[in-house]
Design a protein around this ligand. Structure first.
Ligand SMILES: Cc1cc2nc3c(=O)[nH]c(=O)nc-3n(C[C@H](O)[C@H](O)[C@H](O)COP(=O)(O)O)c2cc1C
Length: 381
């Protein structure tokens, strides 16, 4: 008799916030720039794409939507579906209904890009806003040509304006619930606005929103408090990328900064904290084995219900590595990004021990069904 295959711990059920998940394969947020234009509106093709990736079809137990701009000023890239107009809320309803009909759960990743934007994407062609007027040394795309252009020099938010950003997140969270989402994830990663305020290399303010660690975390925590009011703590996640240096972001002490943030988030009782650990294991930051456990422990220690507080890991995980990370207690679940682009039924493939289909980066952003809804499920191709 042959030995049965040991089951990958990734396929064991778990509890995150209000959700009892059949397994621990989560879908990472993935911008695909396929909203209907003008208006940045989600539509039927997007609904089909997400429905294909639900647990009911062998995909993720929890889908985190692509980053979703919370207000007109929150946009930093072309054709990203927002959640600030009635038309967008109705568009998202198509998506959430399709996901639920296919046996899935989906949270909305709430996004404000801050300074990582371009005047062509901003209302009335005004400069984007950020903690300071220092431009991000990064590029974006502003129209269907997808040509890369330098981001614009931002305007520093005035002291009296900063709390308004937290209110925008709270209002967008309310609209996400109206659109039928199961919860929200606050995008605090990849050097968008909350990360811009959090990191000491970019937040050079001297008012109550900058300087000390407490001041730098004020916007992130105020935002989370508001979003918790809108959705309930058990339906809220927060994403960080403590060691990434996207968009020339730096922090002098990511371990201390992000453990303090995690402690504050834990005290608010949110469902999960989610970290981009890397995009490439070959260049993993050597501080990772120190920083990530500090974040995880701080979050859970401060949490009123640690048994349903989760740490979701992300970044260039193979199914085997993800299973080992769960077995080691490194994380509770793993979010897969690129593998779920090209393997809509990723969990079923892992269960079957099937080979994974490689992704085509040429079709990541913009376009139509090609490279979006035409990756087949096992047995369907
Ligand atoms: C096409 C593409 C779009 C992405 N869009 C987002 C996004 O909207 N929000 C976000 O937080 N991260 C975004 N990311 C980062 C992914 O969520 C993830 O952190 C990264 O792909 C590494 O995970 P992976 O190795 O499992 O793909 C994106 C990555 C890719 C490749």
């Amino acid at each position: 008799m042959s030995e049965p295959e040991p089951t990958n711990p990734l396929l064991e059920p778990c509890r995150i916030g209000v959700w009892s998940l059949p397994h621990r394969v989560v879908m990472a947020p993935l911008t695909r720039s396929r909203a209907a234009m003008p208006g940045n509106v989600p539509h039927a093709l997007n609904a089909e794409y997400y429905a294909q990736r639900t647990a009911g079809r062998g995909g993720a137990s929890l889908i985190i939507s692509e980053a979703t701009p919370i207000s007109p000023r929150a946009h930093g890239y072309y054709a990203t579906p927002g959640i600030h107009s009635g038309e967008q809320v109705r568009g998202w309803r198509l998506v959430t209904d399709a996901v639920h009909d296919a046996g899935g759960l989906i949270v909305c990743q709430l996004w404000h890009v801050g300074r990582v934007s371009h005047v062509a994407l901003q209302p009335a062609g005004e400069p984007p806003v950020g903690p300071t007027d220092v431009a991000s040394q990064s590029k974006t795309y502003v129209d269907a040509s997808m040509a890369r252009v330098q981001t614009s020099r931002p305007r520093a938010l005035r002291t009296g304006e900063v709390a308004g950003i937290a209110r925008e997140f709270e209002e967008a969270a309310g609209r996400a619930m109206d659109a039928g989402f199961d919860g929200v994830e606050i995008h605090g990663a990849n050097t968008y606005i909350l990360d811009q305020f959090t990191r000491d290399g970019m937040n050079l303010r001297t008012d109550e929103w900058g300087g000390s660690l407490e001041n730098r975390l004020r916007l992130a925590l105020l935002t989370t408090e508001g979003v918790v009011r809108a959705c309930g703590a058990d339906r809220v996640g927060y994403r960080i990328s403590p060691l990434s240096e996207h968009h020339d972001a730096r922090d002098s002490d990511p371990g201390a900064t992000f453990a303090a943030l995690a402690r504050g988030l834990g005290a608010l009782g949110i469902a999960y904290i989610h970290a981009v650990e890397t995009w490439d294991r070959a260049t993993l930051d050597p501080r990772t084995p120190d920083v990530i456990p500090r974040v995880r422990v701080a979050f859970k220690e401060a949490h009123p219900h640690p048994e349903r507080a989760a740490y979701i890991a992300n970044g260039d995980y193979s199914p085997a590595l993800a299973g080992a990370a769960i077995a080691d207690g490194w994380c509770d679940a793993v979010a897969f990004g690129r593998p779920l682009i090209s393997n809509p039924d990723l969990a079923a493939r892992i269960r079957a021990g099937a080979a994974l289909v490689p992704w085509d980066r040429e079709t990541f952003y913009a376009g139509g069904a090609e490279g979006y809804t035409d990756y087949p499920a096992m047995g369907a191709g």
